[in-house]
Design a protein around this ligand. Structure first.
Ligand code: NDP
Length: 330
Protein backbone atom coordinates (compact mmCIF):
# COMPACT_ATOMS: atom_id res chain seq x y z
CA UNK A 1 0.00 0.00 0.00
CA UNK A 2 1.33 3.43 -0.87
CA UNK A 3 2.08 5.50 2.18
CA UNK A 4 2.04 8.78 0.33
CA UNK A 5 0.34 10.14 -2.70
CA UNK A 6 2.66 11.48 -5.41
CA UNK A 7 3.50 15.11 -5.08
CA UNK A 8 2.48 17.85 -7.49
CA UNK A 9 5.40 20.14 -8.12
CA UNK A 10 5.16 23.22 -6.03
CA UNK A 11 5.21 26.53 -7.83
CA UNK A 12 5.66 29.98 -6.43
CA UNK A 13 1.98 30.66 -5.82
CA UNK A 14 1.38 27.34 -4.11
CA UNK A 15 4.44 27.98 -1.93
CA UNK A 16 2.90 31.24 -0.75
CA UNK A 17 -0.44 29.55 -0.24
CA UNK A 18 1.14 26.84 1.87
CA UNK A 19 2.84 29.39 4.08
CA UNK A 20 -0.26 31.49 4.65
CA UNK A 21 -2.47 28.45 5.19
CA UNK A 22 -0.31 26.71 7.76
CA UNK A 23 -2.80 25.74 10.44
CA UNK A 24 -0.60 24.33 13.17
CA UNK A 25 3.02 24.54 14.22
CA UNK A 26 4.78 21.77 16.11
CA UNK A 27 8.28 21.29 17.40
CA UNK A 28 8.87 17.77 16.15
CA UNK A 29 6.81 16.14 13.39
CA UNK A 30 7.21 12.42 12.71
CA UNK A 31 5.87 10.86 9.51
CA UNK A 32 5.31 7.11 9.69
CA UNK A 33 4.29 4.56 12.27
CA UNK A 34 6.50 1.51 11.93
CA UNK A 35 9.18 0.61 14.48
CA UNK A 36 11.27 3.60 13.34
CA UNK A 37 8.51 6.19 13.74
CA UNK A 38 7.25 4.89 17.08
CA UNK A 39 10.75 4.58 18.52
CA UNK A 40 11.50 8.14 17.43
CA UNK A 41 8.24 9.18 19.13
CA UNK A 42 9.18 7.43 22.40
CA UNK A 43 12.58 9.14 22.56
CA UNK A 44 11.30 12.53 21.39
CA UNK A 45 8.43 12.48 23.89
CA UNK A 46 10.77 11.60 26.75
CA UNK A 47 13.02 14.50 25.68
CA UNK A 48 10.07 16.93 25.92
CA UNK A 49 9.97 17.57 22.18
CA UNK A 50 6.16 17.13 22.15
CA UNK A 51 6.24 14.98 19.01
CA UNK A 52 3.26 14.74 16.71
CA UNK A 53 3.24 11.54 14.66
CA UNK A 54 1.08 10.91 11.60
CA UNK A 55 0.53 7.20 11.09
CA UNK A 56 0.14 7.14 7.31
CA UNK A 57 -2.12 4.85 5.30
CA UNK A 58 -0.85 1.69 6.95
CA UNK A 59 -0.83 2.39 10.71
CA UNK A 60 1.87 0.27 12.30
CA UNK A 61 3.68 -0.13 8.98
CA UNK A 62 4.76 -3.31 7.26
CA UNK A 63 5.07 -5.36 10.45
CA UNK A 64 1.31 -5.31 10.82
CA UNK A 65 1.26 -7.67 7.83
CA UNK A 66 3.86 -10.02 9.33
CA UNK A 67 3.10 -13.10 11.36
CA UNK A 68 5.47 -14.07 14.12
CA UNK A 69 8.47 -11.86 14.85
CA UNK A 70 11.01 -14.10 16.54
CA UNK A 71 14.15 -12.01 16.30
CA UNK A 72 13.24 -8.74 18.05
CA UNK A 73 15.18 -8.64 21.33
CA UNK A 74 13.01 -8.67 24.43
CA UNK A 75 10.37 -11.09 23.18
CA UNK A 76 11.80 -14.52 24.08
CA UNK A 77 8.62 -16.29 22.98
CA UNK A 78 8.22 -14.18 19.84
CA UNK A 79 5.43 -11.69 19.20
CA UNK A 80 3.10 -10.97 16.31
CA UNK A 81 3.81 -7.86 14.26
CA UNK A 82 0.48 -6.15 15.09
CA UNK A 83 0.93 -6.74 18.85
CA UNK A 84 4.46 -5.38 18.75
CA UNK A 85 3.27 -2.25 16.94
CA UNK A 86 0.50 -1.74 19.51
CA UNK A 87 3.10 -2.12 22.27
CA UNK A 88 5.32 0.50 20.63
CA UNK A 89 2.41 2.83 20.10
CA UNK A 90 1.20 2.64 23.70
CA UNK A 91 4.76 3.08 24.92
CA UNK A 92 5.00 6.33 22.94
CA UNK A 93 1.61 7.66 24.09
CA UNK A 94 2.55 6.88 27.68
CA UNK A 95 5.18 9.60 27.41
CA UNK A 96 2.84 12.04 25.71
CA UNK A 97 3.45 11.49 21.98
CA UNK A 98 0.51 12.74 19.94
CA UNK A 99 -0.34 9.92 17.50
CA UNK A 100 -2.75 10.90 14.74
CA UNK A 101 -4.48 9.33 11.77
CA UNK A 102 -3.54 11.00 8.52
CA UNK A 103 -0.87 10.92 5.87
CA UNK A 104 1.39 13.42 4.18
CA UNK A 105 0.33 14.28 0.64
CA UNK A 106 2.81 17.07 -0.10
CA UNK A 107 5.76 18.81 1.50
CA UNK A 108 7.26 22.24 1.20
CA UNK A 109 10.83 22.22 2.45
CA UNK A 110 11.81 25.31 0.46
CA UNK A 111 12.22 27.39 3.64
CA UNK A 112 12.00 26.97 7.39
CA UNK A 113 9.80 26.19 9.15
CA UNK A 114 9.29 23.14 6.93
CA UNK A 115 5.71 22.39 6.00
CA UNK A 116 3.79 19.18 5.37
CA UNK A 117 0.29 18.88 3.92
CA UNK A 118 -1.77 16.26 5.73
CA UNK A 119 -4.61 14.44 3.92
CA UNK A 120 -4.52 17.09 1.17
CA UNK A 121 -6.20 19.54 3.49
CA UNK A 122 -4.17 20.72 6.45
CA UNK A 123 -0.73 22.31 6.38
CA UNK A 124 1.36 21.73 9.46
CA UNK A 125 4.76 23.30 10.04
CA UNK A 126 7.55 21.99 12.22
CA UNK A 127 10.91 22.99 13.63
CA UNK A 128 12.21 19.51 12.83
CA UNK A 129 10.87 16.61 10.80
CA UNK A 130 11.59 12.91 11.11
CA UNK A 131 10.80 10.89 7.97
CA UNK A 132 9.95 7.29 8.87
CA UNK A 133 7.69 6.44 5.96
CA UNK A 134 9.03 2.97 5.28
CA UNK A 135 8.74 1.05 2.04
CA UNK A 136 5.95 -0.51 -0.04
CA UNK A 137 5.68 -3.97 -1.59
CA UNK A 138 6.65 -4.32 -5.27
CA UNK A 139 4.59 -6.09 -7.91
CA UNK A 140 5.77 -7.79 -11.11
CA UNK A 141 4.05 -5.24 -13.33
CA UNK A 142 2.05 -7.70 -15.43
CA UNK A 143 -1.34 -6.45 -16.73
CA UNK A 144 -2.92 -9.76 -15.65
CA UNK A 145 -1.50 -9.30 -12.16
CA UNK A 146 -3.10 -5.86 -11.99
CA UNK A 147 -6.40 -7.24 -13.28
CA UNK A 148 -6.67 -9.82 -10.50
CA UNK A 149 -5.46 -7.67 -7.59
CA UNK A 150 -7.96 -8.38 -4.84
CA UNK A 151 -9.34 -11.31 -6.85
CA UNK A 152 -6.59 -13.80 -6.16
CA UNK A 153 -3.48 -11.61 -6.45
CA UNK A 154 -2.06 -10.29 -3.18
CA UNK A 155 1.18 -8.98 -1.71
CA UNK A 156 0.28 -9.97 1.83
CA UNK A 157 -0.14 -13.60 2.86
CA UNK A 158 -0.95 -12.67 6.44
CA UNK A 159 -3.76 -10.41 5.32
CA UNK A 160 -5.27 -12.67 2.69
CA UNK A 161 -4.04 -16.21 3.34
CA UNK A 162 -7.16 -17.01 5.33
CA UNK A 163 -9.21 -16.94 2.10
CA UNK A 164 -7.14 -19.76 0.61
CA UNK A 165 -7.52 -22.45 3.25
CA UNK A 166 -7.10 -25.92 1.74
CA UNK A 167 -6.47 -24.36 -1.68
CA UNK A 168 -3.43 -24.21 -3.95
CA UNK A 169 -1.43 -20.99 -4.13
CA UNK A 170 1.83 -19.65 -5.53
CA UNK A 171 4.33 -17.25 -4.00
CA UNK A 172 6.79 -15.35 -6.22
CA UNK A 173 10.23 -14.43 -4.90
CA UNK A 174 13.31 -15.98 -3.40
CA UNK A 175 14.02 -13.74 -0.41
CA UNK A 176 13.10 -13.99 3.27
CA UNK A 177 9.68 -12.45 2.69
CA UNK A 178 8.77 -15.00 0.00
CA UNK A 179 9.97 -17.91 2.15
CA UNK A 180 8.15 -16.58 5.19
CA UNK A 181 4.95 -16.14 3.21
CA UNK A 182 5.29 -19.60 1.65
CA UNK A 183 5.76 -21.15 5.11
CA UNK A 184 2.78 -19.30 6.49
CA UNK A 185 0.57 -20.29 3.56
CA UNK A 186 1.75 -23.90 3.76
CA UNK A 187 0.06 -24.05 7.15
CA UNK A 188 -3.24 -23.04 5.61
CA UNK A 189 -3.19 -24.31 2.04
CA UNK A 190 -3.03 -27.76 0.53
CA UNK A 191 -0.06 -26.81 -1.66
CA UNK A 192 2.24 -23.84 -2.21
CA UNK A 193 4.41 -23.27 -5.29
CA UNK A 194 7.40 -21.03 -4.65
CA UNK A 195 8.36 -19.42 -7.97
CA UNK A 196 12.02 -18.37 -7.97
CA UNK A 197 13.66 -16.75 -10.98
CA UNK A 198 17.23 -17.82 -10.12
CA UNK A 199 18.51 -21.30 -9.34
CA UNK A 200 18.96 -20.45 -5.67
CA UNK A 201 17.14 -18.70 -2.85
CA UNK A 202 18.40 -15.36 -1.61
CA UNK A 203 16.72 -15.96 1.77
CA UNK A 204 18.64 -16.62 4.99
CA UNK A 205 19.77 -20.18 5.65
CA UNK A 206 17.17 -20.61 8.39
CA UNK A 207 14.33 -19.65 6.05
CA UNK A 208 15.72 -21.83 3.24
CA UNK A 209 15.82 -24.73 5.63
CA UNK A 210 12.26 -24.16 6.75
CA UNK A 211 10.95 -24.03 3.19
CA UNK A 212 12.94 -27.08 2.09
CA UNK A 213 11.53 -29.05 5.02
CA UNK A 214 7.89 -28.19 4.44
CA UNK A 215 6.38 -31.04 2.48
CA UNK A 216 3.63 -29.09 0.75
CA UNK A 217 5.93 -26.39 -0.65
CA UNK A 218 7.25 -27.06 -4.15
CA UNK A 219 10.06 -24.76 -5.25
CA UNK A 220 10.11 -23.97 -8.97
CA UNK A 221 13.65 -22.65 -9.53
CA UNK A 222 14.44 -20.72 -12.71
CA UNK A 223 10.84 -19.97 -13.48
CA UNK A 224 9.40 -16.55 -14.27
CA UNK A 225 5.75 -15.62 -14.40
CA UNK A 226 4.44 -14.75 -17.84
CA UNK A 227 0.82 -14.32 -16.93
CA UNK A 228 -1.70 -14.80 -14.18
CA UNK A 229 -4.77 -16.49 -15.64
CA UNK A 230 -8.36 -16.71 -14.51
CA UNK A 231 -11.96 -15.96 -15.11
CA UNK A 232 -13.59 -13.76 -12.45
CA UNK A 233 -10.81 -14.79 -10.07
CA UNK A 234 -7.36 -16.35 -10.40
CA UNK A 235 -7.38 -19.96 -11.53
CA UNK A 236 -3.80 -20.40 -12.72
CA UNK A 237 -0.51 -18.96 -13.91
CA UNK A 238 1.64 -19.42 -16.96
CA UNK A 239 5.33 -19.63 -16.15
CA UNK A 240 8.40 -19.87 -18.38
CA UNK A 241 11.28 -22.11 -17.35
CA UNK A 242 15.00 -21.79 -18.11
CA UNK A 243 14.59 -23.66 -21.40
CA UNK A 244 12.00 -21.17 -22.56
CA UNK A 245 9.17 -23.67 -22.15
CA UNK A 246 5.79 -22.62 -20.87
CA UNK A 247 4.64 -24.27 -17.66
CA UNK A 248 1.03 -23.91 -16.56
CA UNK A 249 0.03 -24.31 -12.93
CA UNK A 250 -3.45 -24.40 -11.44
CA UNK A 251 -3.71 -22.09 -8.46
CA UNK A 252 -6.35 -20.16 -6.53
CA UNK A 253 -4.08 -17.46 -5.16
CA UNK A 254 -0.97 -15.66 -6.41
CA UNK A 255 1.18 -13.94 -3.77
CA UNK A 256 3.90 -11.51 -4.80
CA UNK A 257 6.88 -11.16 -2.43
CA UNK A 258 9.64 -9.57 -4.50
CA UNK A 259 10.89 -6.72 -2.38
CA UNK A 260 9.94 -3.16 -1.68
CA UNK A 261 10.20 0.44 -2.86
CA UNK A 262 10.97 3.21 -0.35
CA UNK A 263 8.14 5.70 0.22
CA UNK A 264 10.18 8.77 -0.57
CA UNK A 265 8.49 10.29 -3.65
CA UNK A 266 7.04 13.40 -2.07
CA UNK A 267 10.40 14.33 -0.53
CA UNK A 268 12.47 13.97 -3.68
CA UNK A 269 12.34 17.62 -4.80
CA UNK A 270 14.14 18.56 -1.57
CA UNK A 271 15.78 15.46 -0.09
CA UNK A 272 18.63 13.55 -1.73
CA UNK A 273 17.88 9.92 -2.57
CA UNK A 274 19.93 7.22 -4.27
CA UNK A 275 19.03 5.87 -7.70
CA UNK A 276 16.53 3.42 -6.17
CA UNK A 277 14.78 6.11 -4.10
CA UNK A 278 16.28 5.41 -0.67
CA UNK A 279 16.85 8.64 1.26
CA UNK A 280 20.54 9.34 1.70
CA UNK A 281 21.73 10.12 5.21
CA UNK A 282 25.08 11.30 6.48
CA UNK A 283 26.87 8.05 7.48
CA UNK A 284 26.52 7.29 11.17
CA UNK A 285 23.63 9.74 11.57
CA UNK A 286 20.05 10.20 10.38
CA UNK A 287 20.77 13.65 8.91
CA UNK A 288 19.57 14.32 5.40
CA UNK A 289 20.88 17.07 3.14
CA UNK A 290 18.46 19.52 4.83
CA UNK A 291 19.27 20.66 8.38
CA UNK A 292 16.39 19.71 10.65
CA UNK A 293 15.07 16.92 8.41
CA UNK A 294 16.03 13.42 9.53
CA UNK A 295 15.28 10.00 8.03
CA UNK A 296 15.10 6.61 9.74
CA UNK A 297 13.86 3.08 9.10
CA UNK A 298 13.31 1.38 5.75
CA UNK A 299 12.92 4.60 3.76
CA UNK A 300 16.69 5.12 4.17
CA UNK A 301 17.89 1.52 4.63
CA UNK A 302 18.29 -0.81 1.70
CA UNK A 303 20.69 -3.16 3.47
CA UNK A 304 19.31 -4.32 6.79
CA UNK A 305 15.56 -3.56 6.72
CA UNK A 306 14.84 -5.21 10.04
CA UNK A 307 12.43 -4.07 12.73
CA UNK A 308 15.30 -3.76 15.20
CA UNK A 309 17.49 -1.70 12.85
CA UNK A 310 14.49 0.50 12.02
CA UNK A 311 13.89 1.01 15.75
CA UNK A 312 17.60 1.77 16.24
CA UNK A 313 17.62 4.45 13.58
CA UNK A 314 14.35 5.83 14.98
CA UNK A 315 16.16 6.36 18.27
CA UNK A 316 19.05 8.02 16.42
CA UNK A 317 16.66 10.35 14.59
CA UNK A 318 15.10 11.52 17.85
CA UNK A 319 18.54 12.13 19.40
CA UNK A 320 19.73 13.95 16.26
CA UNK A 321 16.54 16.04 16.38
CA UNK A 322 17.02 16.89 20.03
CA UNK A 323 20.59 18.06 19.37
CA UNK A 324 19.56 20.05 16.30
CA UNK A 325 16.80 21.83 18.21
CA UNK A 326 19.12 22.59 21.13
CA UNK A 327 21.84 23.91 18.83
CA UNK A 328 19.41 26.07 16.88
CA UNK A 329 17.78 27.31 20.12
CA UNK A 330 14.27 26.22 19.14
P1 NDP B 1 14.63 -9.22 -1.13
O1 NDP B 1 15.03 -8.01 -1.91
O2 NDP B 1 15.59 -9.79 -0.16
O3 NDP B 1 14.24 -10.40 -2.13
C1 NDP B 1 13.44 -10.17 -3.24
C2 NDP B 1 13.29 -11.47 -3.99
O4 NDP B 1 12.37 -11.26 -5.06
C3 NDP B 1 14.58 -11.98 -4.59
O5 NDP B 1 14.62 -13.37 -4.56
C4 NDP B 1 14.47 -11.46 -6.03
O6 NDP B 1 15.12 -12.29 -6.96
C5 NDP B 1 12.99 -11.60 -6.27
N1 NDP B 1 12.54 -10.71 -7.34
C6 NDP B 1 12.70 -9.36 -7.43
N2 NDP B 1 12.10 -8.89 -8.54
C7 NDP B 1 11.55 -9.97 -9.16
C8 NDP B 1 10.81 -10.13 -10.34
N3 NDP B 1 10.49 -9.09 -11.12
N4 NDP B 1 10.42 -11.37 -10.68
C9 NDP B 1 10.71 -12.44 -9.90
N5 NDP B 1 11.41 -12.36 -8.75
C10 NDP B 1 11.82 -11.13 -8.39
O7 NDP B 1 13.26 -8.78 -0.44
P2 NDP B 1 12.51 -9.42 0.82
O8 NDP B 1 11.27 -8.64 0.89
O9 NDP B 1 12.43 -10.86 0.74
O10 NDP B 1 13.44 -9.06 2.06
C11 NDP B 1 13.81 -7.70 2.32
C12 NDP B 1 14.69 -7.64 3.56
O11 NDP B 1 13.92 -7.95 4.71
C13 NDP B 1 15.84 -8.63 3.52
O12 NDP B 1 16.95 -8.05 4.09
C14 NDP B 1 15.34 -9.78 4.38
O13 NDP B 1 16.39 -10.51 4.95
C15 NDP B 1 14.49 -9.05 5.41
N6 NDP B 1 13.42 -9.91 5.95
C16 NDP B 1 13.65 -10.55 7.12
C17 NDP B 1 12.69 -11.36 7.69
C18 NDP B 1 12.98 -12.02 8.99
O14 NDP B 1 14.07 -11.89 9.48
N7 NDP B 1 12.03 -12.73 9.59
C19 NDP B 1 11.39 -11.60 7.03
C20 NDP B 1 11.27 -10.89 5.76
C21 NDP B 1 12.26 -10.09 5.27
P3 NDP B 1 16.74 -12.28 -7.13
O15 NDP B 1 17.29 -12.99 -5.94
O16 NDP B 1 16.89 -13.01 -8.40
O17 NDP B 1 17.13 -10.83 -7.21
Amino acid sequence: MDFFKPMDNLNESSDKKSVSNTQEHVKCLILGSGPAGYTAAIYAARANLAPVLYEGLQPGGQLTTTTEVENFPGYPQGVTGPVMMEDLKSQSTRFGADIRFGYATKVDFSATPYKVLIDDEKWISADAIIIATGATANYLGLPSEEKYKGFGVSACATCDGFFYRKKVVAVVGGGDTACEEASYLAGLCSKVYLIVRKNYLRASKAMQHRVANTSNIEILFEHVTKEVTGDQVVTGATLVNSKGEEVKINIDGFFVAIGHTPNSDIFKPYINTDDTGYIQTVPGTTKTNLPGVFACGDVQDKNYRQAITAAGTGCMAALDTERYLAESHR
